[in-house]
Design a protein around this ligand. Structure first.
Ligand SMILES: [Zn+2]
Length: 64
């Protein structure tokens, strides 16, 4: 019997099994997105390496 849950990020069906290290997310990307959103809301974690990796493709920070 397989338990299926919904990915909190993209609502895709996710099989809840030990091999799925990203559960309840469907993939690493969705997990990082969710964690990033959480960190952004909290504003409590300085120098977040996770965000740096997620947005590594963005332009360097510059004043607006
Ligand atoms: Zn997903």
């Amino acid at each position: 019997m397989t338990i299926t849950v919904q990915c909190p990020t993209c609502s895709a069906p996710v099989e809840w099994k030990a091999e799925n290290t990203y559960r309840p997310f469907c993939c690493e990307r969705c997990k990082l997105i969710d964690l990033g959103a959480w960190a952004a809301e909290e504003h409590a974690i300085p120098g977040n390496d996770l965000e740096d990796e997620m947005f590594s493709g963005d332009l360097p920070t510059r004043p607006h």
